[in-house]
Design a protein around this ligand. Structure first.
Ligand code: URA
Ligand code: CA
Length: 454
């Protein structure tokens, strides 16, 4: 017997097949139905084939904001909810939706912590062609991302900064759903991506969330319209769940920094913290830091926040904070001043321009994949990576290059992949006669007041 009430079923008589059917028919699910699905999935009582059918129904029919919020909270509560309330101050998390040469956390976190704002960061490893903060930090000799919760909290009180790897007990329902989405062609769904990202941020204990939504040929979202929709959905989840959320929309039509690959990206982050390198990666880090300082109410305006971030870089405070942080987690602080202590690849190869001309475009995902082939990333979960491998870009969209001028330098410990990767990189960088403008770095942002495009 089925008992209807308020548009749903009583949990006593709820059946997964009915929940799938209702979503298939385009109906809105109740929070009870969504909870029932997520709890069953986490407990292992709902088989993968039913979850998969439900995911496809969600992919095809979409979800209302109320459904997305219910799904986000059910996933967040499917495992450990980190409690940061014992740490004084506003805890702000930042999250990038994933890009290439996207090394912002290693620069932004020390700047914000140097301003006295606690940064309690849980980060992931790289997957596919995008990198992950935890892999990058492991390129520092001795560094460990495996702190127990009490040490993590102690370190944040003492240094205002700690970074640990996201463990399996944080939003486990998301891990299970993500694995099924990956093999059922249901990854590219805005309700599913938004709830996946926000459930992990909420479970990690953030009071406020700054999102960096990447747009372009090296990101999940290839066009601005989709990125705006994803950003608005996540900002709305944040508002309804009581976590103020702001989403920047930033360009990913070329690698953000010059370095792509773990040890190489750590070196670039250190160069920015040491004041040796300017450019787009630094510009975006300053902007992200500015937003975090304003969200933490340490500064009043974004331009004041940016000025403050520049001062913390220029006077060495951010670099000192980085040194304290890696030392506290077992890393060798000498690596900051002596690049020879970071992993170095046995082979380096220059990739040069085949002709004169302007850089028309860069296939950024292909650059990311090339770094993976050189050894910097994983083609399957758990794969061992080469922390020294990757590539360093020597050109940007719009640059004029002469024939035989270096476009990139490949780094690898595998000689056999240099030649094929070099061909891929040449193909990924289009050179032509037409002058081209640089790609846009910051396209706009979404906050509670709506969309603001630059
Ligand atoms: N990142 C996530 O954490 N989840 C998604 O679904 C996509 C990107
Ligand atoms: Ca589209």
């Amino acid at each position: 017997m089925t008992i209807w009430f308020e548009g749903g079923f009583s949990t006593l008589t709820m059946r997964i097949v009915d929940i799938i059917a209702r979503k298939r028919d385009g109906k809105d699910l109740t929070p009870e139905e969504i909870n029932y699905m997520v709890q069953g999935l986490t407990a292992g009582t709902v088989p993968d084939y039913q979850v998969s059918a439900w995911l496809m129904a969600v992919y095809l029919k979409g979800m209302t904001l109320e459904e997305i919020v219910a799904l986000t909270m059910a996933m967040a509560q499917s495992g450990r909810m980190v409690d940061l309330s014992g740490i004084p101050g506003v805890k702000i998390d930042k999250h990038s939706t994933g890009g290439v040469g996207d090394t912002t956390t290693l620069v932004v976190a020390p700047i914000v912590a140097a301003a006295g704002i606690p940064v309690a960061k849980m980060s992931g490893r790289g997957l596919g062609f995008t990198g992950g903060t935890i892999d990058k930090l492991e390129a520092i000799p001795g560094f460990s991302p495996a702190l127990e919760m009490p040490s993590f909290l102690r370190q944040i009180r003492r240094h205002h900064l700690a970074v640990i790897s996201q463990t399996g007990d944080l939003a486990p329902a998301d891990g299970l759903l993500y694995a099924l989405r990956d093999v059922t062609a249901t990854v590219e769904s805005i309700p599913l991506i938004a709830s996946s990202i926000m459930s992990k941020k909420i479970a990690a204990g953030a009071d406020k969330i700054l999102l960096d939504v990447k747009v372009g040929n090296g990101a999940f979202m290839h066009d601005l319209q989709d990125a705006v929709l994803l950003a608005q959905t996540m900002v709305n989840i944040g508002r309804v769940s009581g976590r103020e959320t702001i989403a920047l929309l930033t360009g990913m039509d070329e690698p953000l920094g010059c370095a792509v690959g773990n040890g190489l990206e750590v070196q670039e982050a250190i160069d920015i913290l040491s004041g040796k390198v300017q450019g787009r990666l630094r510009d975006l880090c300053l902007m992200l830091a500015a937003y975090m300082l304003v969200m933490a109410k340490a500064e009043n305006t974004i331009s004041e926040g940016r000025e403050k971030a520049i001062r913390l870089l220029d006077d060495g405070s951010a670099l000192r904070k980085f040194v304290d942080f890696i030392t506290a987690q077992g890393g060798n602080p000498e690596a900051v001043v002596n690049p020879a202590l970071l992993p170095a690849a046995q082979f380096q190869r220059e990739v040069v321009a085949a002709r004169d001309g302007y850089i028309q475009s860069i296939n950024t995902a292909e650059i990311g994949y090339s770094a993976v082939v050189l050894g910097a990333g994983r083609e399957f979960k758990g794969q061992q990576i080469d922390l020294a491998a990757g590539l360093v870009m020597k050109c940007r969209v719009g640059d004029y290059v002469a024939r035989n001028q270096p476009l990139a330098v490949l780094h690898s410990n595998r000689h056999d992949v240099l030649e094929p990767t070099s061909e891929k990189v040449v193909e990924a960088i289009a050179i032509g006669d037409r002058p081209v403008s640089p790609t846009q770095l910051i396209l706009g942002f979404v906050d509670d007041a709506g969309l603001h495009l630059n």
